[in-house]
Ligand binder design. Structure first.
Ligand code: 5CA
Length: 441
């Protein structure tokens, strides 16, 4: 992609409405634009990151055995009256009346709708276990939308819903999501810590939030230092191995870790002082087990092998996909801008042509651009007529993992400069070696 034709409206000045660094950098890098309070348009650069995050979430859900579907954003109020949540949800729910005076709403979550889908087709113990998920926009009319996409009113969520015959089987489904979440966040370069959490309007009696420690986080959290140092979960997880998964969950839930609502002052005080962490955190995921809370009122019953009908056992599992864009920036930036982990970067390489008016520079940059693209490497090619300082500043701001600089002086000696955004490390290389480095998998 040539920067001269790319739509990336960057800002030189810090926007005054942005209170935290991720919001500031997202606006400055031209990733999003506010449409109204807590509602954002995703511009090309931001949209690419959103899609990358979404894809990692999807791959890890699929790997755990969950199946993707798509439910609508607009739901009928009747279903929510059946579950009893229509009145409970209060002002956070955006209520809509259609032309036939039917009460509708913009879904803040989908427990009712998914239960409605399965109650018509899941009839027996042979039909479970199942885990169904979608990645869809939600709307919550938050009192205080703030921090850009971190607390929006419209936001993208992955929500999964599990269905089982027994409590024990539901526990295994919960554990699968627990392990899938550890892998998902690790792939994005994040250390997300599972913490005991309150269930709020979703309900149920077992719940963990996945928290990234960050000063700008909205949650107050408490944990044992050991858990922060745990290695991330590697790739070898057998999701069908009940005991092994329980082992993973037991290990991660053994050290103290709780959000404010579940904080146990005495248990925390028992931890040696130098091991106690009291911090702020960003909630990027939240998982719930709630048994028959929805299946019972909505009549989602399945037959046991002995023929008795029982409400299907359920859990739900959310990931804040759009929030993650902000959360990753909070966790990975420096004073010059964003530092994208490679797995979610909008482009892998920023190719800077220092002198596009010079025929040799333009030809070399075009050749590199073509070779990288042919190897499947995404490149943002700065071919604009601008000062070197401005070009470097823009590339640092948008945080692509690698910068490849082509200039007349280097070319005369047959070299280009490769810079790693994260470390600032620079190296002069021949074009061929630079290409070899960047096309390595
Ligand atoms: N139905 C359940 C699980 S599928 C549910 O709705 N859980 S939730 O309320 O905890 O939301 C799931 C995730 O969505 C949260 O962990 C958070 O990362 C994200 N989220 C929630 N509210 C917002 C918001 N206002 N803006 C951005 N992301 C949000």
């Amino acid at each position: 992609m040539r920067l001269s034709s790319y739509f990336m409206p960057t800002l030189k000045e810090n926007p005054s409405e942005a209170q935290i660094v991720s919001h500031r950098l997202m606006l400055r890098a031209g990733m999003v634009r506010q449409a109204s309070a807590g509602i954002y348009s995703w511009l090309p650069l931001g949209f690419k990151v959103l899609k990358r995050i979404e894809q990692i979430v999807r791959e890890e859900q699929d790997a755990s055995g969950a199946q993707e579907l798509l439910m609508p954003t607009i739901q009928a109020a009747d279903l929510w009256k059946e579950s009893g949540r229509y009145d409970d949800y209060g002002k956070e729910m955006l209520r809509i009346v259609d032309r036939h005076e039917r009460e509708m709403l913009y879904g803040p979550t989908n427990e009712e709708l998914i239960t409605d889908i399965v109650r018509h087709s899941m009839k027996s113990w042979r039909d479970v276990p199942k885990n169904l998920y979608h990645i869809q926009w939600k709307f919550r009319d938050e009192v205080r939308p703030r921090f850009g996409v971190m607390r929006g009113r419209e936001f993208l969520m992955k929500d999964a819903y599990s269905f089982d015959l027994t409590k024990e089987a539901a526990r295994h489904s919960y554990n699968k999501m627990f392990a899938a979440y550890l892998r998902t966040f690790a792939r994005m370069g994040l250390k997300a810590i599972p913490m005991r959490a309150d269930t709020g309007p979703i309900g149920g009696d077992m719940s963990h939030e996945f928290i990234i420690l960050a000063d700008t986080g909205e949650s107050q959290v408490y944990c044992h230092r050991d858990i922060v140092d745990f290695d991330v979960l590697g790739s070898a997880v057998d999701f069908d191995d009940v005991a092994a998964l329980q082992g993973i969950v037991d290990r991660w839930t053994a050290p103290y870790a709780a959000t404010d609502e579940k904080h146990d002052i005495e248990a925390f005080a028992a931890i040696p002082a130098d091991k106690r962490i009291e911090a702020r955190g960003i909630e990027v995921g939240h998982i719930f087990y709630f048994g028959a809370k929805y299946s019972k009122p909505l009549g989602a019953m399945i037959a046991r092998p002995d023929g008795e009908l029982v409400p299907v056992e359920m859990g739900s599992y959310g990931i804040g996909v759009s929030r993650l864009v902000g959360a990753i920036i909070e966790a990975s930036h420096d004073e010059r801008g964003i530092v994208w982990p490679e797995a979610v970067a909008p482009f892998k390489v920023g190719l800077i042509d220092l002198r596009p008016a010079d025929a040799a520079c333009a030809a070399a940059a075009d050749r590199i651009d073509g070779a990288l693209r042919a190897a499947g490497v995404e490149v943002l090619h700065d071919d604009r007529d601008d000062s070197p300082g401005a070009k470097f500043a823009t590339m640092d701001l948008i945080g692509l993992p690698w910068q490849l600089v082509v200039g007349p002086r280097g070319l005369a000696q047959g070299v280009v400069e490769l810079k790693q955004r994260r470390t600032g490390e620079r190296q002069e290389l021949s074009i061929e070696s630079a290409l070899a480095r960047l096309t390595l998998r």
